[in-house]
Write a protein that binds this ligand. Structure first.
Ligand code: 5GP
Length: 128
């Protein structure tokens, strides 16, 4: 039998579900605050603001916000509108919207998601 080529090994790794796919599939629990046909919103497990929610498209097709914007701008618009709705419902309507894009920018889950940070943020706290 032939050894698996590195190309196939990469494909196999890409097919491994991320933590967000497993949350969307209800394989692991999360505090879900909103769900629509195309996205889910959950509380971040390690909050970095008084309100720290994640808005996650259900599709695993897009790794970054730029990929999402290019492939499905309507879904990106839904993510942004949902962020505003959540900030209205969970805080005073003001919020910071963060998309970490790439490991050197702090991205750890390569399934596009928006961080909605709200509830009283200090000016100058953009980057830690
Ligand atoms: P990233 O670093 O990729 O921009 O954001 C990933 C976020 O997902 C982090 O803020 C991290 O705290 C959060 N996270 C990682 N694993 C889980 C989990 O199992 N449940 C929830 N609710 N959030 C998670």
């Amino acid at each position: 039998m032939e050894a698996m080529s590195s190309e196939h090994a990469t494909d196999a790794a890409a097919a491994t579900p991320t933590i967000f796919e497993r949350i969307i599939a209800r394989e692991i629990p999360a505090d879900i605050v909103l769900e629509t046909e195309r996205l889910i919103a959950i509380r971040d497990i390690a909050p970095q603001a008084p309100v720290h929610l994640l808005v996650i498209p259900k599709t695993a097709q897009h790794r970054t916000v730029a990929e999402l914007a290019a492939a499905d701008p309507a879904l990106l618009a839904e993510v942004v509108a949902t962020a505003q709705r959540l900030a209205d419902e969970h805080a005073d309507g003001d919020y910071r919207l963060v998309f970490n894009s790439g490991a050197n920018a702090g991205q750890t889950v390569f399934h596009v998601h928006a961080h909605v940070l709200a509830g009283g943020l200090d000016e100058g706290s953009l980057a830690h």
